[in-house]
Design a protein around this ligand. Structure first.
Ligand code: ADP
Length: 364
């Protein structure tokens, strides 16, 4: 082969590779442009520099109305998009970050955002943002929540009347010193209270998801709240000793809601220690804050289940738990109430030995 033939062969080889490369580029471009999942890129100034057809279709804009505009313009909640951009600038990867987008026709779409940043030599080039439309799922959830709220409300009315009649009969039985009736009515009263508290949990669950939920924060003595919730918890059980330890402190919080947290933790401590034992609602003072805990000597929770306990409707799947009534909403409520207070529920547990659930609050 002479030199010219060798050059021609190399040129032919380059051309073949270029065609292959172009084919791959076209394939990938088609994949992103025509994927059914909305995708876009945003630059370091928060400007949209590329979006695929699915993104334009889902929001109803044409290319010129969308690309080159600030992404903030299409978000319904400015603080949310600012938080998203700050996180991305700080190198975070977002997984299922909830946001609300504004469509051209004024409708609001609920989406989950998954995004991170392409960087070259440390420089922010653009985001790689995938959005998943969950508007229909949200609407379905809202319908379910409305239904739960309505049913819970309807159930509450007859229970309130049942409770008053039990109280009247109890008064009468006490006057007549009729021990049998006192005992039976006290038990009935405890069961009604249990039901009222379960319904209360369901109602709180549906309300938690309303964004406008407000806390009624006030300064109060933790000890007096602890005494109230422990007195109620003692009514649930004859097998357990329930103690209060070191709760003399003043905290600022929504008293009713923190009461609900403690009542939930205590009722779990009772439910999940079927052989009885000691339960402690205790506090440990720290500098400027207090650790509040509920400790039991019950069945405990194995490591693999511990991190899931705080998810809505989660219950440990085993024979010991199955015999205890519950819907798996208590700890989710606890988590959400504490999150609204800027606190977090944590736990330690040894299976077969017991558990301790705890959180921190600021003291005054
Ligand atoms: P529920 O008690 O109605 O099932 P929760 O959300 O309060 O719902 O609790 C979720 C799960 O966590 C329970 O089903 C149980 O498996 C576990 N759990 C909660 N508290 C305790 C505890 N003190 N000891 C052992 N397991 C617990």
């Amino acid at each position: 082969m002479n030199e010219i033939q060798a050059l021609q062969a190399r040129l032919a080889e380059y051309e073949k590779r270029e065609r292959e490369l172009q084919f791959r580029v076209d394939e990938l471009t088609d994949f992103f442009e025509n994927a059914s999942l909305p995708l876009h890129w945003v630059d370091a100034d928060g400007k949209i520099i590329w979006a695929n057809q699915a993104e334009l279709d889902s929001l109803g804009y044409c290319r010129e109305e969308y690309i080159g505009r600030p992404i903030e313009q299409f978000h319904a909640d400015p603080p949310v998009i600012r938080d998203i951009l700050t996180r991305l600038i700080n190198n975070e990867t977002l997984h299922n970050y909830p946001a609300r987008l504004r469509c051209k026709d004024g409708a609001i779409k609920h989406v989950l955002i998954n995004s991170n940043v392409l960087r070259k030599e440390g420089r922010f080039i653009h985001t790689r943002c995938f959005t998943r439309d969950i508007t229909d799922i949200r609407k379905e959830e809202e319908r379910k929540n409305d239904f739960i709220a309505m049913v819970s409300h309807e159930l509450k009315t007859p229970l309130t009347s049942l409770k008053s009649y039990i109280q009247i009969l109890l008064l009468k039985a006490r006057k007549e010193e009729d021990d049998f009736r006192i005992n039976a009515l006290t038990r009935a009263d405890v069961q009604v209270k249990k039901m009222v508290s379960m319904i209360g949990d369901f109602l709180s669950l549906t309300r938690l998801e309303e964004p406008q939920i407000k806390l009624h924060q006030e300064l109060f003595h933790l000890q007096s709240l602890a005494e109230e919730v422990v007195a109620d918890a003692r009514l649930l059980t004859e097998k357990h000793t329930i103690n209060i330890k070191g709760c003399e402190a003043i905290i600022k919080a929504d008293r009713d809601k923190i009461g609900q947290v403690l009542a939930n933790l205590l009722s779990n401590a009772v439910k999940y220690s079927p052989d009885g034992g000691t339960i402690t609602l205790g506090c440990e003072k720290m500098k400027g804050s207090i650790k509040i805990f509920v400790r039991d000597q019950g069945i405990g929770v194995s490591r693999e289940h511990q991190r899931n306990l705080f998810t809505r409707f989660y219950r440990v799947e085993n024979d010991k738990v199955r015999t205890v009534s519950g819907f798996g909403v208590g700890l989710y409520l606890v988590t959400e109430i504490l999150r609204q207070h800027g606190s977090e529920i944590k736990m330690d547990s040894i299976e077969g030995k017991g558990s301790v659930f705890y959180f921190h609050m600021k003291t005054f």
